[in-house]
Design a protein around this ligand. Structure first.
Ligand code: ADP
Ligand code: ASP
Ligand code: MG
Length: 406
C-alpha cells in the first residue's frame, strides 16, 4: 500500500465545484489502495484578498497578526474539502498545520519548517482516513501561528512527504507540468518530461512560481519523488529527479523571469576596506536579502555599488539605506522598482562555452539594455527594464530553440 501526498494549489480549489473535482481525484487515489495525505492552499485569490482587507485596517500591519489572519485561508479550504469528501462517502479529517505537528522557526511571514512530529497524521492514516492538511502554516516555539512565505503550501507538502516517507508527492496546479518558460508569457513553451533538482531549484529561485524554492530544497535533501501535474487533466506531468537518473543534460533547460525585484544604488562611496561590510551587514541585520551586487571601478578614490533586493523588501530597505549612506559618506542613493530579472538555467551550460554570450546577443538583438549580470555554474541572470521582460523571455526562448524541446 503506497503512501501518496497530493498538493492542490489555489486555482485547483477556487470554488466548490473545483473542490469536488479535487475530492474525486483524492478518492480515486484512495480507491487504488493508497494511503493519502492531501495538502491544500487557500481558495483562489483568498490570500491576496485577506492582505487587502488587512491593509484597510491602517498603515501598520503587525507580522504576528498577519500570520494569524493569512493562515485561516488554508484552514477554510482544508475543512471544505474534508466536508466534501465525507459527503461523498470518503472518511477524511482536516488538520491545521500545528495539529499536523508542523513546527517552524520564530519568524513571521516566511518561517522555515524546523521540525515535524507526524504522530497525529500517522494515527489518522492508520484509522483509514484521508488526512487533509492546511498548507502554508506552522507553529513557532513560543506557540504563535507562522506562515511559510508565498507559495508555501508546496513546502508543507514536500516536507510532509519527506517525514512520512511517502512514495510520491504530486503537486497539482493549473499547468500540466514545468515548462521551458512561463506558459503565460511564451505561448510556444514546451512541457519538460523531467527536470533535475538543481535546475528546478534555480528555476524556482529565479521566479518560476510553479514550485516554491524551499519545496525543491526539501525534495533534493530528502530524495522526495516530486511530480508537477494538472488538477484539470490526466496528462503526464513533470518529474523532478536526481541528475544521475537523467538521459541527457540539456545546455539550457528553461528561461525564468522575476518582477519582484528592486535595484538600489549608493553613489560615490569611498573606495576603502570595510564599506561593503557596513552596507551588507546592516541590510542583513534588518532581515533584507540581497541578490545581485555590482561595484563600479575606482573613480578618484570613489565608486558606486548597486544591488538588488525583492520589491517586497524595498519599503524597509529605504530607511536602512539612508542610515548606511550617512555612515559611509556616500553622496546619494537611488531606488528603482521598474526592473526585472531574466535568467537562463541549464545543467549543461557549465561544459559549453559561449552560452552567456549567446544570451547577451539575444538581448542586444532586441535592443534590451543589461543593467546587471550574475552567473553560477548552471544559470546566467540579467537585470533589465521591467517593460522589456516579456520580449526578453520570448527572445531567449527562441535563441536557445526551447520551442523544439521534445
Ligand atoms: P498554485 O496556485 O497551484 O500553487 P501557482 O500560480 O503558484 O499555482 O503556480 C502555477 C503557475 O506558475 C502557472 O500558472 C504558470 O503561470 C507559472 N509558471 C511560471 N513559470 C513556469 C514554468 N516554467 N512552468 C510552468 N509554470 C510556470
Ligand atoms: N495561499 C498561499 C499563497 O497564496 C500559499 C500557497 O498558495 O501555497 O501564497
Ligand atoms: Mg503556488
Amino acid at each position: 500500500m503506497a503512501l501518496v501526498v497530493q498538493k492542490f494549489g489555489g486555482s485547483s480549489v477556487a470554488s466548490l465545484e473545483r473542490i469536488r473535482n479535487v475530492a474525486n481525484r483524492v478518492m480515486r487515489e484512495k480507491e487504488d489502495g493508497n494511503r493519502v495525505v492531501v495538502v491544500v492552499s487557500a481558495m483562489g485569490d483568498t490570500t491576496d484578498e485577506l492582505i487587502g482587507l488587512a491593509r484597510q485596517t491602517g498603515p501598520v500591519l503587525d507580522d504576528r497578526e498577519m500570520d494569524a489572519l493569512l493562515a485561516t485561508g488554508e484552514q477554510q479550504s482544508a475543512a471544505l474539502l474534508t466536508l466534501t469528501l465525507r459527503n461523498m462517502g470518503c472518511d477524511a479529517i482536516s488538520l491545521t498545520g500545528w495539529q499536523a505537528g508542523i513546527l517552524t522557526e520564530p519568524v513571521h511571514g516566511k518561517a522555515r519548517i524546523s521540525k515535524i512530529t507526524p504522530e497525529r497524521i500517522q494515527k489518522e492514516l492508520a484509522g483509514g482516513k484521508v488526512v487533509v492538511v492546511a498548507g502554508f502554516q506552522g507553529l513557532s516555539p513560543g506557540g504563535d501561528v507562522t506562515t511559510l512565505g508565498r507559495g508555501g503550501s508546496d513546502t508543507t507538502a514536500v516536507a510532509l512527504a519527506a517525514v512520512l516517507g511517502a512514495d510520491i508527492c504530486d503537486i497539482y496546479t493549473d499547468v500540466d507540468g514545468v515548462y521551458t518558460a512561463d506558459p503565460r508569457v511564451v505561448k510556444d513553451a514546451r512541457k519538460l518530461p523531467y527536470v533535475s533538482y538543481d535546475e528546478m531549484l534555480e528555476l524556482a529561485s529565479l521566479g518560476a512560481v510553479v514550485l516554491q524554492p524551499r519545496a525543491v530544497e526539501f525534495a533534493k535533501l530528502y530524495g522526495v519523488k516530486l511530480q508537477v501535474r494538472s488538477s484539470f487533466s490526466f496528462a503526464k506531468g513533470t518529474s523532478i529527479m536526481e541528475v544521475g537518473q537523467m538521459e541527457k543534460e540539456r545546455i539550457v533547460t528553461g528561461v525564468a523571469h522575476d518582477l519582484n525585484v528592486a535595484k538600489v544604488t549608493l553613489f560615490d562611496l569611498p573606495d576603502v576596506p570595510g564599506i561593503a561590510k557596513t552596507i551588507f551587514k546592516s541590510l542583513a541585520r534588518h532581515g533584507i536579502n540581497v541578490d545581485m551586487i555590482i561595484q563600479s571601478g575606482n573613480r578618484n578614490g570613489h565608486n558606486d555599488i548597486s544591488f538588488t533586493i525583492t520589491r517586497d523588501d524595498l519599503p524597509r530597505a529605504l530607511t536602512v539605506v539612508e542610515q548606511v549612506r550617512q555612515e559611509t559618506g556616500a553622496s546619494g542613493a537611488s531606488f528603482g522598482e521598474d526592473v526585472a530579472k531574466v535568467s537562463i538555467v541549464g545543467a549543461g551550460m557549465q561544459s559549453n562555452p559561449g552560452v552567456a554570450a549567446a544570451m547577451f546577443e539575444a538581448l542586444a538583438d532586441e535592443e534590451i539594455n543589461i543593467q546587471m549580470i550574475s552567473t553560477s555554474e548552471i544559470k546566467v541572470s540579467c537585470v533589465i527594464d521591467a517593460v522589456n521582460v516579456a520580449k526578453a523571455v520570448q527572445a531567449l526562448h527562441r535563441k536557445f530553440a526551447l520551442d523544439e524541446v521534445d
